[in-house]
Ligand binder design. Structure first.
Ligand code: SF4
Length: 81
């Protein structure tokens, strides 16, 4: 897993409840989803879809999402861009 949430509870109380879940919109690969299940929305990270643009690392309102360099192969590697 190369996408790490620093604080799961904060993601719900702030990213979802205060900011209305921007991660589901700014991620170009649709990695983040808020699955509304009654009163208890669930944050889903489809990490396998990530194209490593690092937008989430910058745009999360709480800096709560930490993108780290993926280990091993799997997809293009643009570290030197
Ligand atoms: S690095 Fe880019 S593609 Fe990957 S989860 Fe973050 S915003 Fe989405």
């Amino acid at each position: 897993m190369h996408l790490l949430l620093r604080d799961q509870a904060l993601q719900k109380t702030s990213e979802h409840d205060v900011y209305a879940g921007p991660s589901a919109r700014y991620c170009p690969a649709g990695v983040y989803e808020w699955v509304e299940e009654g009163s208890d929305p669930r944050f889903v990270i489809n990490a396998q879809n990530c194209v490593h643009c690092k937008t989430c690392d910058i745009k999360d309102p709480n800096q709560n999402i930490n993108w780290v360099t993926p280990e091993g192969g799997g997809g293009p590697n643009y570290v030197n861009m």
